[in-house]
Design a protein around this ligand. Structure first.
Ligand code: ADE
Length: 220
């Protein structure tokens, strides 16, 4: 998969690409991440990319021209163009899963008051990561890229993906490691039994219990 991220602040993605699982996924060739500075596509003095809104009001609006040109510099017929915005469809694991099947994502990050509305004509999908407003789309784009890349086959083990939260509408089961007893708290006996059938039944029932307790809204 290839991901092009269009932003005014490319260095905000350094923490995503320079550590841990995502760094390894890039090194092993599962994904390539290309950071594009929208400012490089401005043809105005001082690489201006924004201007005041027509009709008045506060803040600055990102103009069409540098955004259209930045997108057109990487877009092919296989690209899916995503705009990060608090007014988009609220993101979840199911959307992450669908996006992980795409060959090429172009993710556009807003900043300031937003984009000129006319950029919506070259966008395929608008995504919000939740009902709150951030200073820009860079953190949301990192959230989307991270959640999608870890679902690309080979990036993390099939075993880890199988039972994780949200894959089948349930949260994950609780896990324990050594020591067996810590400050009087014991590891559940069934996990020490070596009986794989019992362990599997216990974990399934824990997933239902935990989901009922913490997220009854997703339990069907
Ligand atoms: N930009 C600012 N806030 C956002 C949010 N909640 N989701 C996506 N993009 C955003």
């Amino acid at each position: 998969m290839r991901i092009d991220i269009l932003t005014l602040f490319p260095s905000m993605f350094n923490p995503l690409i320079e550590e841990s699982i995502i760094k390894r996924a890039i090194e092993k060739g599962f994904v390539s991440i290309n950071l594009i500075n929208i400012r490089d596509f401005s043809e105005l003095n001082n690489n201006q990319v924004d201007d005041t809104p027509y009709g008045g009001g506060g803040g600055m609006v990102i103009m069409c021209d540098p955004v259209f040109k930045a997108i057109e510099s990487v877009k092919t017929e296989k690209s899916k163009v995503i705009l990060m915005t608090p007014t988009g469809k609220v993101y979840n694991q199911s959307i992450a899963y669908h996006l992980s099947k795409e060959e090429h994502l172009i993710i556009l990050c807003g900043h300031y008051e937003g984009f000129d509305e006319r950029i919506k004509t070259i966008i395929d999908m608008e995504i919000s990561i939740g009902d709150y407003v951030l200073t820009g789309g860079e953190l949301p784009a990192s959230v989307v890229a991270d959640s999608v890349i870890r679902l690309i086959p080979g990036v993390i083990s099939e075993e880890s993906l199988k039972s994780e939260s949200f894959t089948d509408g349930l949260l994950d089961y609780p896990v324990y490691t050594k020591p067996r007893e810590y400050r009087g708290m014991e590891v559940p006996e069934v996990l020490l039994s070596g009986d794989h059938k019992r362990i599997q039944e216990y974990r399934e029932s824990e997933r239902i219990r935990v989901t009922k307790e913490k997220r009854p809204d997703i339990l069907n």
